[in-house]
Design a protein around this ligand. Structure first.
Ligand code: G6P
Length: 367
């Protein structure tokens, strides 16, 4: 009913709008005077220092959250991270060593491949830390440690707040491990924690783009192919934005690391092809501006996402969406918001059943 949907047409929109609240619920209880406290984690500082390698294993959007995790954990905690699709990990004879940790990410806690991967890692004696939204789910029960994403129930098949809260936990883990391992100073950690805490409010600000994203979505509702490009964490986000679009609107879309364009995708750019360029890494901004020029020269229609103040891209892109300024590492939490809205409105414009896309299930409990 409309009441269940909080007055919105679809659960997906209700859940998009619930993200600031879900993030506060996930982040706040883990902060104490600017310090990160992961109480539920039964790791001593010694355990954290001894971690040799992290294997992040998940499916779908949870796998995308894991890719953000790789970037930030390697960057802040200097621990090598591998990210695997559960359906690959379980059958590929992975190399797991004694001091490795397996991080399993799953909103439902019931995805069959993810659960099987967990059991394989466990059989090999690796400590399992899971990031789960559903309390008491199979994955939560089978793990050594669980950090819950407090997103609340998610009904729409395409995840929004589930993904965002998983990403938030990746940040908390990276910061905590980085600090314990002496890679992040107390001062730097305090600064980064403050940035992380600013995310919910910045998402609220991004909701002001609702009308703009609807208008853009209606203009691109008949697109045949969409390419979403980015570098670094922006590439990890591009993967999620692309999945959102194809899941609910049935438009073919591909995420590409912008530097790889010239090794393939650029051949698919035709007059009018929509390219979404995520350019929110300060250190990679100039590179993205060049990539936008490359696709523009082949006729692409470019929608860019940039940080407020970085206006150079407006000279080359057709449209620019600005996100509030934030440390490069946390852009993943902001970039995804306008693209969730975009995917939603494209799906609505095409008359799709947003909450129940064809052929997909919320939780895939069979292989
Ligand atoms: C399904 C859902 C996706 C989700 C994936 C993993 O395919 O439609 O939205 O990302 O499963 O689900 P999990 O519950 O393990 O996070």
């Amino acid at each position: 009913s409309a009441a269940e949907k909080g007055g919105y047409d679809y659960f997906m929109m209700k859940e998009i709008m619930e993200q600031p609240k879900a993030l506060k619920a996930t982040i706040s209880p883990r902060l104490d005077n600017g310090q990160i406290v992961l109480d539920q984690l039964k790791y001593t500082d010694e355990d954290i220092k001894n971690i040799n390698r992290i294997h992040i294993v998940a499916c779908g959007s949870a796998w995308h959250a894991g890719i953000v995790g790789k970037y930030v954990i390697e960057d802040l905690a200097r621990i090598p991270v591998e990210v695997d699709l559960a359906s690959e990990f379980r059958y590929r004879n992975p190399i797991l060593n004694k001091n490795d940790v397996c991080i399993i990410i799953s909103q439902s806690g019931e995805t069959a491949d993810t659960l099987a991967a967990l059991r394989e890692a466990k059989r090999q004696g690796i400590r399992i830390l899971s990031i789960v939204n559903v309390v008491g789910s199979s994955i939560a029960r089978d793990s050594d440690d669980v950090l819950y994403t407090w997103a609340g129930p998610e009904i729409a098949v395409a995840t929004t707040k589930g993904y965002s809260t998983q990403v938030a936990l990746m940040y908390l883990i990276a910061l905590k491990f980085g600090q314990v391992r002496g890679c992040v100073s107390a001062e730097e950690a305090a600064k980064l924690v403050a940035e992380l805490e600013s995310v919910p409010e910045k998402i609220e600000q991004l909701f002001a783009l609702d009308g703009k994203m609807k208008e853009l979505a209606e203009g691109h509702a008949n697109a045949k192919d969409v390419f979403i490009i980015g570098r670094g964490i922006d590439y990890a986000v591009a993967l999620e934005c692309s999945l959102k679009l194809k899941e609910i609107s049935y438009i073919h879309s591909e995420a590409y690391a912008a530097g790889e364009l010239k090794h393939g995708t650029i051949s698919l750019i035709e007059e009018g092809t929509l390219v979404v360029a995520i350019a929110t890494q300060d250190t990679l901004y100039e590179k993205l501006v060049s990539n936008v020029k490359e696709v523009k020269a082949r006729g692409a229609n470019v929608l860019a996402i940039a940080k407020e103040g970085n206006t150079e891209i407006a000279e080359v892109a057709d449209e620019v969406i600005y996100i509030p300024a934030i440390d490069d590492r946390f852009t993943a939490s902001l970039d995804v918001i306008p693209m969730q809205l975009f995917a939603y409105y494209v799906a609505v414009a095409r008359g799709c059943d947003v909450d129940k896309p064809r052929n997909l299930a919320k939780s895939v409990t069979v292989e």
